[in-house]
Design a protein around this ligand. Sequence first.
Ligand code: HEM
Ligand code: HEM
Length: 165
Amino acid sequence: MRTEYSPLHKVLHWATLGLFLIQLWTYPAIGRTHVDHPGMLVDPWDLQLHKIHMISGGLILAFALMRLWLKRRNPVAPPPFPHPLLETLARYAHIALYGTLLLLPVTGFLKSYIVSAAGPVHILLTRLLYALLVLHIVGAIMHAVVWRDGLLARMGLRLPFQRQP
Ligand code: HEM
Ligand code: HEM
């Protein structure tokens, strides 16, 4: 079993971070596009941003599916943790992260084309994603600064002052 993620998995992970930032940049344009503008045209740039939100969301879905497939094909050993409870927490947090990364594009698509009731679910899922990302980043900081176990290298970030495995 490999001890770090494959190069393609790493690229897809960091590309997903970039796409997530694109989602944060583009979403305000969706609200502006859908507001009633009596006698005014919708700003064409907002329409472009709306389109970018959909394309970037579709890529997030494709990348998440590819990563799940890559993990199944080349399993990665569980990471080091000072306590088994933390290992369980990380495992469930990763499952929840993948779940939100898959459901966000699905609900976004449903809201855009099929049923507008999917809108509030999409918004709720964004809040869940923010909470999971806070947990994810706090976890990454604990590994890098407190336990210094070199975990971030599994995702390609080789930091100084890490303990030897
Ligand atoms: C992982 C992918 C996605 C993320 C992280 C994301 C993120 C967001 C965020 C932060 C908002 C604003 C929520 C708010 O008003 O507070 C939003 C709204 C929206 N997104 Fe996405 N989005 C994703 C994928 C998609 C996709 C693929 C589509 C369409 C095909 C889409 C369509 C929409 C629509 C229509 C809204 C407005 C919802 C409403 O106001 O009811 N999103 N998205
Ligand atoms: C500064 C930002 C980030 C850092 C430092 C970071 C770091 C990491 C590291 C080191 C791992 C590997 C954990 C392990 O070895 O088990 C990982 C996994 C993961 N990250 Fe991130 N990450 C960041 C942002 C994100 C973002 C924005 C997302 C999603 C939107 C995300 C989703 C995931 C997922 C789903 C996994 C599980 C990988 C798997 O088991 O297939 N990460 N991250």
